[in-house]
Design a protein around this ligand. Sequence first.
Ligand code: AMP
Ligand code: TRP
Length: 338
Amino acid sequence: MTAARQRILSGAKPTADSLHLGNYIGAVRQWVDMQSQYDAVFFIPDLHAVTVDFEPGELARRTRTVAAQYIAAGIDPEQSIFFVQSHVPEHAELAWVLNCITGFGEASRMTQFKDKSAKAGADAATLGLFAYPTLMAADILLYQADLVPVGEDQRQHLELTRNLAQRFNARYGNVFTVPDATILKATAKIYDLQNPTAKMSKTGESPNGAIQLLEDPKIAAKRIKSAVTDAGTEIRFDADAKPGVSNLLTIYSTLTGRSVAELEEAYAGKMYGHLKVDLAEVVVDFLTPLRNRTNELLEDPAELDRLLARGAERARAIASVTLANAYDKMGFLPRAGR
Ligand code: AMP
Ligand code: TRP
């Protein structure tokens, strides 16, 4: 007899034109590794993307692009359930229910809300932004997820999700699995190539600091070659004394599977320039097929939309059962035909 596989669920917002190498190494790659061992649900939280300023003319294109990048990177839309949040109306419906069991004070303590609303200003911060964490809880609880792999910044939202699941179960009856957070390994943090003590991000100071997965690999190679390195000449991993070289070694190691120790040995006595030339080649070899596959998928938006529609159907089959069960426990008059 085999036990049922645990379910993992995660998502990343479609807020930029392309994922960068930090997203790939820090998140996507780990999801791809997990999908074969778990029953996996991945989605694009576009309803979350509209809780802050966004560009209506860009939303659909960005959603498709991110979807194509995930598939190109190895998310298998047959093996995993892969869909767009706004295509499954149960997310917004369950979020409403959860809003009604969340304390105002409790929601006010979410540090991401405090940070974002402080930046936006009292009038620009919306009820939607305030309810961001309860929508996220709905995303997770609808699928009875056991594990939720996310970055450290999402830990507090996960804790709220657990509390809401337990509160609902205690108040109305057992409906939800209480999920565990799986904080993604911090070992895989990638830094800005021009400013190697800051995280590689969508909003870095110099465009040369980040490698976009969709850009021309030749430009990526130039960015690696012009990466800021450190005083001295030794190629050695030392995050404090040599953040630039250490970052290059991390990227090299994660993209090739060779250990940092092995790379240090291979480059003993060589110059920074050697390391950069070789790493530039590694990055080009990694990016070229990924970019080609992404562009191929984007050339056929109808097929991509079909995959996402199929994913939404599979998601709804699960989500609608959980929502109906929650409504039932709360005592709503059943809707005929449901
Ligand atoms: P974001 O684009 O910031 O919403 O991040 C999406 C995912 O990518 C999150 O799970 C982050 O943990 C991960 N991520 C973003 N930037 C980096 C980075 N520089 N290094 C490693 N992981 C990252
Ligand atoms: N809030 C997450 C982030 O910014 C994205 C997200 C939305 C998510 N819903 C989720 C992640 C459910 C995991 C599970 O990274």
